[in-house]
Design a protein around this ligand. Structure first.
Ligand SMILES: NC(=O)CC[C@H](N)C(=O)O
Length: 289
């Protein structure tokens, strides 16, 4: 059946590693699971985030424009996890483009943090919104919208990470497409791997402006899921849903991205997230099963 898929969905993956295929293996598989489930053939395009943000004085602007011209054509965007500040501005630029152009978007871990920084700078007017990750020693940020998690720092590098499965609870006061994609459950469990998190102090301001934190940890102090209210699919998660994706049970955040990129998400949600069949396709007559 997979071999016969005749429609393609193109996803742009924004990362900073040159050997993309190796670094993002579980992510690629999760996107494939979601694509098969959506009756789409996946075309994954890799974009080096450092080519999406450049200093016009020193950068290769021809390469910059070429990268953007290809990037503009994708159906959906994924900004995956990562570490460090190198390449972060390009990821932030990708978040901005997806948000302003109604492109289906999924941010994972650092991808969520980039989306938070972008919204802070562009919409909340926090010009210097940034993450505390890799700031020069002694530097204090004016608007640290992403901060270090002190309780996960018992003193050595290996122990500083928040790892493993943790619960996420959907907030009842918010509408959440992701909650519906997870089968309308009140809480879910996903795997984590991070040292930094959204600064809770800024949450009310974000939510007032339509950037909703629809999922939180069990103590309601840690922001786990963000969704833009007025966007077809702009979802960012602090956890790593790719690890629990399976061929016959695609991970919901990925499924949402692919369905939205294929223009089928709303119909799928209307049908209470029942499996996509060939008859759900606009011109399904062309597909043989
Ligand atoms: N896995 C990730 O994407 C980690 C994001 C970020 N570097 C952090 O440590 O919080």
């Amino acid at each position: 059946r997979i071999d016969r898929l005749n429609k393609t969905v193109t996803i742009g993956l924004v990362g900073k590693y040159t050997k993309f295929e190796d670094c993002y293996a579980s992510l690629t598989r999760a996107l494939e699971h979601a694509s098969y489930h959506s009756n789409r053939h996946l075309q994954l395009k890799y974009f080096d985030s450092e080519l999406l943000s450049m200093d016009p004085k020193t950068g290769n602007m021809a390469e910059y424009h070429k990268t953007w011209s290809d990037f503009c054509k994708v159906d959906g965007i994924i900004v995956p996890g990562g570490f460090g500040k190198r390449g972060l501005e390009g990821k932030i630029a990708a978040c901005k483009w997806a948000r302003e152009n109604n492109k289906p978007f999924l941010g994972i871990c650092l991808g969520l943090q980039a989306a938070v920084i972008e919204y802070g700078r562009s919409v909340l007017g926090l010009k210097d919104a940034d993450t505390e990750e890799e700031q020069p020693p002694g530097q204090t940020l004016e608007h640290p919208v992403v901060v270090y998690m002190p309780e996960h720092n018992p003193g050595n590098m290996g122990g500083t990470m928040r790892l493993g499965k943790h619960e996420t609870h959907f907030k009842p006061e918010h509408k959440s497409k992701l909650k519906l994609l997870y089968g309308n459950k009140d809480k879910i469990e996903e795997r984590h791997r991070h040292r930094y998190e959204v600064n809770k102090k800024y949450v009310p301001d974000y939510e007032k402006h339509g950037f909703l934190f629809t999922g939180v940890d069990e103590k309601e102090v840690r922001m786990e899921i963000a969704e833009l209210r007025d966007h077809p699919y702009y979802v960012a998660v602090q956890f790593h849903p790719e690890y629990l994706s399976r061929p016959l049970r695609p991970s919901p955040p990925f499924l949402g991205l692919i369905l939205a990129a294929a223009g089928k998400l709303d119909a799928y949600i209307e049908k209470e997230c029942r499996q996509v069949t060939e008859t759900d396709d606009d011109d399904s007559g062309k597909i043989e099963f």
